[in-house]
Design a protein. Structure first.
Length: 342
């Protein structure tokens, strides 16, 4: 249930007018009495917080009193700057949001729409060869090929899961048979094919496989694959995801991420959920700022949908104590293996 705090201010304050982009509000009218309503902002399903991208550099106010007095404590912005949202306040006809950095005007914020992607329980499909659609919408044909006679037999949506029963190459193009008289071009899907366990990983140990060629992540328990989904890894050649065999060395329920070498590629991401670093600054974590999983696009980390990031975070070690929000791996509480390969 939404928590509502209502207080009425019967004081003489200054009202606001729309300011130019990237400027603070400028008070122009006196003797205006307004009512202030503060509401808690509930996060979207699957996320611990609500998030928004800053459309432009915007003033930040530590308190609502500073908003009324038009005395910002600073400015924040950038090409790819995101903030977490906690509360909203209605000041007359204006709306402000309390972010992790302070109060900001609504017009400066573009709210995130988190991905609905969730992975596949491989224990329920132990004998199936699976693939997941990663294009927004694709056609299914009655036979392999793109000729007029290959009638369209239906369509699939992004993140639909299919079983592969047969492969066939027609005019140099690989096609998958996903049902009776139902063929799908391989370009539009990512195969969820588990690899064999590396020799260094014990037969009873958990391990995470990241397949860069297929943009897929798979959770294994020994020789048993248990869960698979799509990811977005580093965009080469500038930001390739590191390859090799590692262990998760630290986990954070929420972590701020900043980086970029030039103004064009700088980013500042607030409160990134369910982050697990496995090699230096390379991590596996939720991405609330895009919904293009299955395609490379990150600065080197392994991006997951919020639902999948939460699943891997809860499944993998080290285990976070109930009264803590982060944990480092130790000999007594080691991190899960992570194998990144092509």
């Amino acid at each position: 249930m939404r928590r509502l705090i209502f207080w009425t201010l019967s004081i003489v304050i200054l009202s606001f007018v729309l300011a130019p982009v990237a400027s603070a509000d400028e008070p122009v009218a006196k003797n205006t009495v307004i009512e202030v309503v503060v509401n808690k902002v509930e996060p979207p399903s699957g996320l611990p917080l609500h998030y928004a991208r800053l459309r432009y550099a915007t003033p930040v106010y530590r308190t609502l009193e500073m908003v009324w007095a038009n005395t910002p404590t600073g400015w924040r912005g950038g090409r790819d700057t995101w903030v977490s949202i906690h509360e909203s306040a209605e000041l007359g006809s204006r709306v402000y949001y309390r972010t992790g950095y302070g109060w900001m005007p609504e017009r400066a914020l573009q709210f995130a729409a988190p991905s609905a992607l969730h992975g596949v329980d491989l224990l329920e499909h132990s004998t199936d060869r699976l693939a997941m659609v990663y294009w927004p919408k694709v056609n299914v044909h009655s036979k392999p090929g793109v000729a007029e006679s290959a009638a369209i037999a239906g369509t699939l949506e992004g993140y639909d899961v299919v079983s592969i029963f047969e492969e066939k190459v027609v005019n140099g193009v690989l096609w998958y048979r996903i049902g009776d008289d139902r063929w799908l071009r391989s370009l539009f899907v990512r195969r969820l094919d588990p690899a064999r366990r590396p020799a260094r990983i014990g037969p009873d140990e958990k391990w995470i496989e990241v397949n860069l060629s297929q943009q897929v992540i798979i959770a294994h328990e020994g020789d048993t694959p248990v869960y698979a989904t799509l990811v977005s890894t580093g965009l080469p050649p500038k930001w390739p995801t590191v390859q090799g065999l590692f262990r998760i060395w630290i986990k954070y329920q929420l972590a701020r991420m900043r980086g970029g070498d030039t103004p064009e590629d700088q980013y500042d991401l607030a409160d990134v959920p369910w982050t697990m670093y496995f090699y230096r600054g390379y991590g596996i974590h939720a991405a609330y700022w895009h919904d293009k999983f299955g395609a490379v696009r990150s600065h080197g980390c392994v991006n997951l949908s919020p639902a999948d990031a939460r699943w891997f975070f809860d499944w993998a070690t080290p285990v976070i104590p109930d009264d803590q929000s982060s944990v480092r791996s130790t000999a007594e509480n080691p991190g899960t293996w992570v194998w990144v390969h092509k």
